[in-house]
Design a protein around this ligand. Structure first.
Ligand code: HEC
Ligand code: HEC
Length: 235
């Protein structure tokens, strides 16, 4: 506690009226969107999105998109730290301006909103070593894309305009759009080859974007798919 309090003093957050350092950081940096009680209903929440997805996450539901863990599991501390550090393109700012200690305290605060974190032992999925992601791999990946049914949501050319694109909803019932795969910089989980591979294995929980861990077991096929997704990037 003392160390945390000193840390807050140094960074100028000491004025926040809150009992403990994690709550102080959270109230200062996160609550205007995520709400004092973590329910995703802060004063700025509705200016982000009212009638469609995503809204600021309701942490009390214990559902997270950005994880290194299998679908249905909670994220690791490192996953949450990564989200705080990077932000979410288009929806949540990066908090690199906070100190490392403050970012860790923010993670502590987020986890407190969902009791499941107390006993959880999330274990990351394995990411097979990447082969060369060349044109041949992308061509094979195109077949995987067709066979796996990605086009139904993401469209034949990855533009986010598949036949079911307009009918999708997230797990709180709000309309949600599939990603336009031509713009990897907007990918929430990152756009490096490892990032896309991880997203395909874990899925984005709480959204229609499923995990392909069971449907595409062969790591080679997954890497081919990564190569294809990367080939869609608009130049
Ligand atoms: C400007 C509004 C805003 C602020 C400020 C903000 N967030 Fe977010 N946050 C969002 C939105 C919107 C989402 C949902 C994005 C999505 O689902 O695509 C989100 C999602 C998240 C998620 C869920 C990621 C996942 O895996 O599903 C975490 C964790 C999170 N925020 C933590 C924080 C923390 C910690 C802070 C403060 C340091 C913070 N946020 C500040 C808007 C904000
Ligand atoms: C049932 C609909 C559906 C199917 C099928 C589907 N996706 Fe998605 N996908 C989505 C939605 C919706 C999102 C956006 C989720 C969000 O923004 O929170 C998404 C997001 C993504 C992203 C961006 C991830 C990120 O980090 O933001 C990638 C890449 C992706 N999908 C690739 C694929 C591939 C490849 C396949 C086939 C193997 C596939 N998707 C199948 C609905 C689908």
């Amino acid at each position: 506690m003392r160390i945390g309090a000193a840390l807050l003093l140094v960074s100028g957050l000491a004025g926040s009226a809150a009992g403990d350092p994690a709550t102080a950081v959270y109230n200062h940096a996160c609550s205007w969107c995520h709400g004092k009680d973590g329910r995703g209903d802060g004063p700025a929440a509705f200016s982000i999105n009212k009638y469609r997805s995503p809204r600021p996450r309701d942490f009390t539901r214990g559902r997270f998109k950005l994880r290194s863990t299998p679908s249905g599991q909670l994220p690791t501390d490192d996953d949450l730290l990564r989200t705080v550090e990077r932000g979410i393109p288009g929806y949540m700012p990066s908090f690199r301006s906070l100190t490392t200690g403050e970012r860790q305290l923010a993670v502590v605060a987020v986890k407190r909103f969902y009791p499941g974190f107390e006993s959880a032992q999330p274990a990351p999925v394995t990411i097979a070593e990447a082969p060369e992601l060349n044109a041949a791999a992308a061509a094979r990946g195109r077949r995987v894309y067709e066979e796996a049914g990605c086009a139904a949501c993401h469209g034949d050319r990855g533009r986010g305009d598949g036949t079911s694109a307009n009918a999708l909803r997230d797990d709180v019932g709000l309309p949600i759009r599939p990603a336009d795969l031509r713009y990897p910089r907007r990918f929430k989980g990152g756009s490096a080859p490892d990032d896309i591979y991880r997203t395909l294995v874990t899925g984005l929980d709480g959204t229609p974007m499923p995990s392909y861990a069971a449907a595409i077991e062969d790591p080679h096929a997954l890497w081919d798919l990564v190569a294809y997704v990367r080939s869609l990037k608009r130049r």
